[in-house]
Design a protein around this ligand. Structure first.
Ligand code: FES
Ligand code: FES
Length: 164
């Protein structure tokens, strides 16, 4: 079956089996191996990518279901200042060890940064509940996202209480 979608801003097409997942399409057909496949059952969140701007599990979606959609993987943030800040604080806060969960964590963090500028630590934890990490204990990840929000939305976060 033919699938056509926008992948990291580039119109892309390929022939796939009806059962091919979007995650496999991204990795095997497009050779974008930054998207990691862990459980392949919708549990771990490692495969999370943005689809039409929302974080979704690429292991659970069929490639043909992504036809006509806008897909963004971890390779697709060149020049994006929000992701640049998130990456900087992931590094500074030691928010990764083996890195297997990190592409999915970054997609979720990017969504939090854009959708929930006033999120507090409890809300960040809740938003991250679909992304599992075996290594870090999560504190570094939560620190990194909180610092990213402070940096990106500084004045707004200082003057207004969490309401989201
Ligand atoms: S690989 Fe998709 S949720 Fe685990
Ligand atoms: S850094 Fe290893 S699983 Fe998260």
């Amino acid at each position: 079956m033919k699938v056509r979608l926008k992948l990291n801003g580039v119109e892309t097409a390929g022939d796939v089996e009806p059962r091919t997942s979007l995650g496999d399409f991204i990795r095997e057909h497009e050779r974008l191996t930054g998207t990691h496949l862990g459980c392949e059952h919708g549990v771990c969140g490692a495969c999370t990518v943005l689809i039409d701007g929302r974080p979704m599990r690429s292991c659970l979606m069929l490639a043909v279901s992504a036809d006509g959609r806008d897909v963004r993987t971890v390779e697709g943030y060149e020049g994006d200042p929000v992701m640049a800040a998130i990456r900087r604080f992931f590094k500074e806060c030691h928010a990764l060890q083996c890195g297997f969960c990190t592409p999915g964590m970054l997609a979720t963090a990017y969504d939090i940064a854009n959708r929930l500028p006033r999120a507090d630590r409890a809300r960040i934890r809740m938003e991250l509940s679909g992304n599992l990490c075996r290594c870090t204990g999560y504190l570094g990840i939560i620190d990194a996202i909180e610092k990213s929000l402070d940096y990106i939305h500084g004045a707004d976060r200082q003057t207004r209480k969490e309401a989201s």
